[in-house]
Design a protein around this ligand. Sequence first.
Ligand SMILES: [Fe+2]
Length: 133
Amino acid sequence: MLKKIIWSNDYCIGLSEIDSQHSKIIDQINYLIDNHNCKAKASLNQEIILFLDKYADEHFSTEEEYLRKINYPDLDNHIKLHQSFKLKTVESAVKVMKGQEDVTEDSITFLKFWWTDHILKADMEFKNFISKS
Ligand SMILES: [Fe+2]
């Protein structure tokens, strides 16, 4: 059984807009986990996946725009991480959108680990940059 993500201060960057977007993403992943664990609700996950796919774009734009504004030196690499996430997820989102696929445990596990790892590692690097500058 998939376990939910427990939000803590460890995930906070200290920028309210970005933190609230991250927290919204984690909430949505937790809904995916809840629904997946309850068979009767699993079909709701298609809508959540499609929402998350769009919301990730919005979030990445906010974050990249901010990093550009502060002249973050590792911006190009950070953008590449976002792009490779999109490449991995867009195909499965399209299948879900066309009704060809239910949201699998593997997809949820991927989202859970990608987002927690990205926030705790890559996003924390720009948090450190901000606190030093
Ligand atoms: Fe990021």
